[in-house]
Design a protein around this ligand. Sequence first.
Ligand code: ADP
Ligand code: MG
Length: 139
Amino acid sequence: MIQRTFSIIKPDATERNLEGEILSRLQKSGLRVVAMKKIHMSRAQAEGFYHVHKERPFFGSLCDFMCSGPVVCSVLEGEDAIAKYRELMGATNPANAAEGTLRKDFAVSLEANSVHGSDAPETAAFEIGYFFNALEITG
Ligand code: ADP
Ligand code: MG
């Protein structure tokens, strides 16, 4: 099934100029970039994006981190895009991430783990709509 998912290249990765390397891996896997923009989120935008985590102890620090520098937001399209991109990303904690995954190779820490990806169709729909309007999505 052709699906769409939402990706963020997080501030720790843009800081190290890794956007091209990360996008290249996504494209080599067959995922297509159907929308993309680089933004510097406000604290309020980061809080809204991560609202599902607002009760978690790491919420404040996570929001500070996500608005600490620019991020690259994109919409990825392809066969089983949600699960496929989660597999390419690897486990949340880079210490548990499999060899060859983005987080294994690039993450700095559990928080600064280089990439975000939607975890289900409902979250993908919310996250895509949070950053992109219909006219900004191609394909
Ligand atoms: P994922 O990004 O793999 O879907 P979660 O949705 O559980 O993981 O968490 C969102 C983000 O919050 C993670 O990618 C990571 O940046 C951060 N995070 C998760 N758990 C922790 C934690 N225990 N301590 C600090 N940051 C965390
Ligand atoms: Mg998540």
